[in-house]
Design a protein around this ligand. Structure first.
Ligand code: SF4
Length: 300
């Protein structure tokens, strides 16, 4: 799928969401919140549902929790627009109550279709309802900061999921802020791991040009710098091919993968922290270029 085809497919899904009447939340919403971000990203953040600010603006994670999410994303040198952010339910539950099972079931096809289009390598779950979608039966206090394979039935055909608390939880329990920063710091490596676990592109897919060199991953392995670097600058420009020799792809060294610690050092917060008073939609930050030849190099 070309970038233009992805953009078009996501826009059509968003149009359907904005006029959707599939569940009772349509009767109380101000605006539906389909999600937003780069259509070319490798990383999709999935929250629970829109809150009041999101309901008013029709955009995910635009309130206080959204600002904290933006802050988290920048700590690893990424930008909000480099990823894609969406929610399990696209319309605000009244009073920010939890979404009902039938509401989540009615809305599930939209998230599945978004993931089918985006085909991310990594899904970052935010909060327990998103966790329940990608890691059924898991408890956020036990699995946050860990990475798991994603069931292809979710729409993400070859992805891994990293569990995180919902940013709104950290606004209510400030000790969770450091926990979330720590979890976020693991995500670049989780993306590298997720890429390595993806199957090779199918043979019948067009090979339009040289693949990006493995060195493109190295900047992410380095400690995050305080100053943000445009992601485009992290993607090296291919050297001109020597004229007398045929262009051959360099051998790719295996990417060293450090296992993610299964448990975080911070003490588990009480589970009632997940009873959020503000459900916000995660927005996606995506890489600028995802042509067929750079399909595996969208963020770095
Ligand atoms: S929550 Fe989902 S299924 Fe329900 S009305 Fe909104 S878009 Fe439709």
């Amino acid at each position: 799928m070309t970038p233009e085809e992805r953009s078009g497919a996501l826009a059509r899904i968003a149009d359907e969401v904005r006029t959707c009447q599939r569940c009772r939340l349509a009767t109380t919403r101000t605006r539906a919140v389909p999600g937003e971000g780069s259509p070319d990203t490798e990383v999709v953040f999935v929250g629970e549902g829109p809150g009041q600010n999101e309901d008013q603006q029709g955009r995910p994670f635009v309130g206080a929790a959204g600002r904290f999410l933006d802050e988290l994303i920048t700590t690893v040198g990424w930008r909000r627009r480099d990823v894609f952010i969406t929610n399990v339910v696209k319309c605000r539950p009244p009073g920010n109550r939890d979404p009902e099972p039938d509401e989540m079931a009615a809305c599930a096809p939209y998230l599945r279709r978004q993931l089918e289009v985006l085909d991310p390598a990594l899904v970052v779950t935010l909060g327990r309802f998103s966790l329940g979608t990608f890691m059924p039966g898991a408890k956020i206090s036990q699995v946050h900061g860990t990475i798991r394979p994603v069931d292809p039935g979710t729409g993400a055909r070859a992805a891994r999921a990293v569990a995180m608390y919902h940013p709104a939880a950290a606004l209510r329990a400030t000790n969770l802020k450091e926990t979330m920063r720590d979890d976020m710091s693991r995500i670049p490596q989780a993306l590298i791991d997720a890429r390595a676990a993806r199957p090779a592109p199918e043979a019948d897919e067009p090979a339009a040009g040289p693949t990006a060199p493995p060195d493109a991953l190295e900047p992410i392995a380095e400690p995050a710098t305080p100053e943000l670097q445009p992601i485009a600058e992290l993607v090296p420009t291919p050297e001109p091919a020597p004229v007398p020799e045929p262009a051959t792809a360099p051998m790719t060294d295996p990417i060293p993968v450090d296992p993610i610690e299964p448990e975080m050092a911070a003490p588990d917060p009480p589970e009632d922290l997940e009873d959020l008073d503000q459900l916000t939609t995660l927005e996606v930050v995506i890489a600028p270029d995802r042509s067929p030849e750079t399909d595996q190099m969208r963020l770095f």
